[in-house]
Design a protein around this ligand. Structure first.
Ligand code: ZN
Length: 70
């Protein structure tokens, strides 16, 4: 049995987006359950990890980034 609201997590080679909060290189991208998507740098991905897990249907993490929300 899979947990309700548990997002699918993929590891990708490189992300080309910029963090939506500060403009740094994105380390994590979120596809929202409501559609749309967001990108976060390492700092913001970790700071907002609880919110990201709640709103994400899918998460892409750059290879080598150790996300605290995993
Ligand atoms: Zn940021």
């Amino acid at each position: 049995m899979t947990a309700l609201l548990s997002p699918e997590i993929d590891t990708v080679g490189e992300l080309t987006d910029r963090c939506d909060r500060c403009g740094a290189a994105a380390k994590l991208e979120v596809v929202l359950t409501s559609g749309g998507d967001l990108a976060f740098c390492g700092h913001h991905a970790n700071r907002h990890r609880a919110d990201i897990a709640k709103i994400a249907s899918k998460i892409r993490i750059e290879d080598g980034f150790d996300w605290a929300g995993k």
